[in-house]
Structures are given as structure tokens and as C-alpha cells.
Design a protein around this ligand. Structure first.
Ligand code: SF4
Length: 261
């Protein structure tokens, strides 16, 4: 009797999305009252727990600095003080000001004008800014500006390694960001293009959910929704390895870009 071909890593990842969606339901990322607030959150959450980011955002809101106009007029010195709960203030405050300078100088202060750029050009513009790496750029693209790009983080890296989805001959850190996002793209390549931004949105949120609940520094596979995928690809030795701390992302409500700030 002919056996079914083994699913590819991309097919398994696509299936993981469905399993996690069934287990957890939609996550409705990202929690914010405006696209500009999403962008500030994406900067502030770098190497920082989301609880601390929430404190900073509340302080910024109270100071009227949670809009493009508010961020435009605030001094770097004052901004450093307001975002202190999020840490890394000497890097993050000038980085936020640099984002608003770009917005003002090249896009008339309009997030809608910025979002109208083609995805890859926009991504390169963001990555060229101080304090913006691929993960922050993709979070801004997807959650603030509505572009269909996948996001990878430490949680997805752990899942990919522990399930043997990507080759990691010399260890976890050798699974690159680009390899993870490329695999995610392949996983959703057969889905209709108009649905992809929402799929990437939920998939990232769902992998964070399963990562927080089960797939931390120590894997708790017994009750994990993804345990059925492990099978022969499981690599027990990987479970004791020590990854870098994850970037932590928040949960809830996606915002569509309808306003400038
Ligand atoms: S906890 Fe185990 S089953 Fe769950 S995602 Fe991690 S490695 Fe997979």
C-alpha cells in the first residue's frame, strides 16, 4: 500500500496555525488606540517586558505625547524621562524622534503616506532608521501599517528547532530570522493574498501564546497543543539548550490604519 508523502516543514507550520487557532482562538493583536501607538509600542518593547511598555505608554498618553504631533514637539530629554519604565532610554528616545523626523521630512507627517510605499521599500526605510531591526520593522509593517509580512521571534525559533522544521547544525542561534520568516511565508503561500496579513497577524500572536504557555526555556510538551506534531522529528537534546530571552509582545486588538496618528 502506498504511503502518504511526509508533510513538508511549511505544511507542518501551516497546520500548527490551525491547531493553535483551534486551541486558543483569535488573539486580536495589537493592543493600541492608534497605529502610531503600535509603532511606539514596537520600539519600546525591544528587550523589555510588555508590562513596562504599558507603563511608559500610559505616561506618554498623560503627557499628550502619544501622537505624531506630541512626539514631534517633545524634547529628547523629556522623552527619556517619560519612557524610563521601558529601559534603554538613551537608545529608544532618539530612535523614536528619528522615526518622527523621517515621517515629517519625507511623508508630510502622514502615516498613510508612509504606508503607501511598496512593502520592501518601506521595510528597507524602516531598517535604515536607528534602533530598528528586522523584527521591529516587521511588527510596524504588519501591525501598524497593514502590510502582509511574517514576523519571527524567539518563540518561533524554539518551535522550529524543537520540531526539526529548520536545519540547525550548530545550534539554535544559527536558525536565522530570515529563515524563519521565509518558512512562514511558504507555510501561508497557498492562502489567498488578501487574507495573508491577518494570517501572519494571528500566527505570530498564536506562537507567542503557545510559547508563553508551553515552549519557554524548558518545554512543557505534555499538554501542549502542538505535541502531536513532534513525532520522529523531535530532538530531545534541544530542550535543555539555553536560548536568549525572548522579545515579549502584547496581546489584543488589531488596528487598521485609518488616521495619521
Ligand atoms: S512545548 Fe513541546 S510540543 Fe509545545 S511547541 Fe514546544 S516543543 Fe512543541
Amino acid at each position: 500500500m502506498k504511503r502518504d508523502p511526509q508533510p513538508t516543514p511549511a505544511q507542518r507550520l501551516r497546520r500548527m496555525h490551525d491547531v493553535l487557532m483551534h486551541a486558543y482562538g483569535p488573539q486580536f493583536w495589537w493592543p493600541a488606540q492608534s497605529p502610531f501607538e503600535v509603532i511606539l509600542g514596537a520600539y519600546l518593547t525591544q528587550n523589555t517586558a510588555w508590562k513596562a511598555v504599558e507603563r511608559s505608554l500610559a505616561i506618554l498618553r498623560a503627557a499628550g505625547a502619544l501622537t505624531v504631533e506630541g512626539m514631534r514637539v517633545i524634547s529628547v530629554v523629556k522623552l527619556r524621562r517619560l519612557i524610563r519604565p521601558s529601559g534603554f532610554i538613551t537608545r529608544k528616545a532618539p530612535a523614536l524622534k528619528a522615526f518622527v523626523r523621517l515621517l515629517d521630512k519625507q511623508f508630510g507627517g502622514s502615516l498613510a503616506a508612509l504606508a503607501a510605499l511598496p512593502t520592501e521599500e518601506l521595510r528597507q526605510r524602516l531598517i535604515a532608521l536607528p534602533g530598528v531591526g528586522p523584527e521591529t520593522a516587521d511588527a510596524i509593517l504588519l501591525y501598524a501599517l497593514g502590510h502582509p509580512v511574517p514576523i519571527a521571534d524567539e518563540y518561533l525559533r524554539r518551535i522550529a528547532e524543537r520540531h526539526g522544521l529548520l536545519a540547525s547544525p550548530t545550534g539554535r542561534r544559527h536558525i536565522t530570522y530570515d529563515a524563519l520568516t521565509s518558512l512562514t511565508r511558504h507555510a501561508f503561500a497557498a492562502d489567498p493574498a488578501p487574507a495573508q496579513a491577518q494570517l501572519f497577524n494571528e500566527f505570530h500572536a498564536l506562537t507567542v501564546a503557545v510559547g508563553k504557555a508551553h515552549c519557554g526555556r524548558t518545554a512543557r510538551c505534555e499538554s501542549c497543543p502542538l505535541a502531536a506534531d513532534l513525532n520522529s522529528s523531535f530532538q530531545p537534546s534541544a530542550l535543555s539548550s539555553k536560548p536568549a530571552p525572548p522579545e515579549r509582545w502584547p496581546a489584543v486588538n488589531p488596528k487598521k490604519l485609518t488616521a495619521e496618528s
